[in-house]
Ligand binder design. Structure first.
Ligand SMILES: Nc1ncnc2c1ncn2[C@@H]1O[C@H](COP(=O)(O)OP(=O)(O)OP(=O)(O)O)[C@@H](O)[C@H]1O
Ligand SMILES: [Mg+2]
Length: 405
């Protein structure tokens, strides 16, 4: 058996569900899922913490089970953050790097990043990540990796992802309550994208839509890089709640109707008959479809608006990949294709070993992506960020991931 060199944990703190994954990495780089679990969450509203105790308790209990399953103690994790306040800001910076003979080094990249970021994001925001998507040297654009090149003037264009400071602080506090150290916070939809997209899709242009319980995240990729993140403050629970109100039934019954009978192609013919407390209830198919369609149209119209805001409406050759529990509505891709006017796939993590089949589902995309980012963060730390650690704490501290041997 291959020797395990490290293990990593991804923790998705969703409005309705918390999910975690532990995976090990062997010497040859292979990943194996060795533990996973999900549990209902309490105390979140539209992706944001409404109280600390509910999520802390849910996470603590859920992780206990993951520890038992995997045999690993969990002290830290890469964690999801969500909510309509997540923001991507485009920014640019320029520095002089010396004489024409100067070879651009890592120190120069940190300096130009500092210039590009400082003062560009409002004070009450925490920077989660800076994604450089192009450098230019002495005015020549299109440089992806300037290290070792020569020039006198270095410019950088980047996307800065930020969240409201109190939201980050509260998430950290809740996790402290669950005795967990936060290695890094990543927007749910960005983590999901890490688990379900391939390089070709990201290069050509693609969107990931995380259709969750109370939020719908949108991330757009092009030329290999993240271009935009937006979060619509509505999700699949809105469909359930509308059914409960319009059909005058419990949310549990509405949820059952949604899971068993609703289809995104709206092709179900027969009326819906369900047994509730030994009583048979019949619901008109037409009425159910009307309620569901109205809400889905509203949510996907907002998703379309996000794509428009990002400048990518009808400009994504690889279409969109749907993830999250909401992607499990039967034939949702049929509806999404018509609503967004682009090709749609349902996304699920692939290519992991161990007990991977249990997490190869749309609702596990975020947790898997976070685990992958935790592993990459460790690798990054060795290569790139050691120097930064000595220099500054701030947002860069977020990027500093711990190795666990
Ligand atoms: N089999 C299914 N069919 C239809 N819908 C489903 C199914 N399973 C789960 N869902 C829906 O998926 C949603 C939960 O998705 P998910 O677990 O991704 O949300 P979350 O991450 O907790 O929330 P958010 O991302 O909005 O914070 C619920 O609205 C639930 O009704
Ligand atoms: Mg989610």
């Amino acid at each position: 058996m291959d020797e395990t060199v490290r293990y990593a944990v991804g923790l998705d703190v969703g409005t309705e569900n918390v999910r975690a994954i532990v995976a090990t990495q062997s010497k040859d780089g292979k990943l194996s899922v060795v533990g996973y679990n999900e549990a209902p969450n309490m105390g979140m509203r539209k992706g944001i913490l409404a109280n600390l105790a509910g999520p802390a308790d849910a996470i603590d209990k859920m992780l206990g089970e993951v520890e038992r399953m995997s045999g690993y103690e969990i002290h830290s994790a890469t964690v999801s953050i969500n909510g309509a306040q997540l923001l991507t800001t485009k920014t640019e910076g320029m520095i002089a790097v010396g004489t024409m003979e100067h070879e651009i080094n890592e120190e120069d990249l940190y300096r130009v990043e500092d210039v590009a970021v400082t003062g560009r994001v409002p004070a009450n925001r925490e920077i989660l990540d800076v994604i450089p998507f192009g450098y230019s040297i002495d005015g020549q654009e299109g440089v992806k990796d300037p290290i070792g090149m020569t020039g006198a003037r270095l410019e950088m264009k980047a996307s800065v992802i930020s969240a409201l400071q109190p939201n980050c602080d509260n998430l950290r506090k809740a996790l402290e309550g669950a005795k967990l150290e936060v290695e890094g916070m990543v927007p749910s939809v960005v983590a999901a994208a890490r688990a379900v997209l391939d390089e070709k899709q990201k290069e050509n242009g693609v969107a990931v839509i995380d259709f969750g319980a109370a939020t719908t995240g949108v991330a757009v990729y092009e030329e290999g890089d993240l271009q935009y993140v937006g979060v619509v403050p509505a999700g699949s629970n809105n469909v359930t709640n509308d059914l409960a109100i319009c059909l005058e039934i419990d949310t549990a019954v509405a949820e059952e109707i949604k899971r068993r009978y609703v289809t995104g192609s709206f092709s179900g013919e027969k009326d819906i008959v369900i047994k509730v407390n030994r009583e048979e209830l019949t619901f008109e198919r037409e009425k159910v479809d009307e309620v569901v369609r109205a809400r889905l149209e509203e949510i996907f119209e907002k998703v379309k608006k996000e794509l428009r805001k990002a400048g990518y409406e009808k400009r994504l050759p690889e279409g969109a990949v749907l993830v999250g529990g909401g992607a499990k509505i039967r034939d949702i891709e049929v509806f999404a294709k018509q609503a967004l006017e682009m090709s749609i796939k349902i996304g699920a993590p692939r290519g992991l070993g161990g007990v991977a089949s249990a997490v190869e589902k749309p609702e596990y995309a975020t947790a898997v992506g976070l685990m992958l980012m935790s592993i990459e963060g460790g690798e990054k730390l060795n290569k790139k960020f050691v120097q930064k650690k000595q220099k500054s704490k701030g947002f860069l501290g977020n990027l500093l991931k711990k190795f666990r041997f």
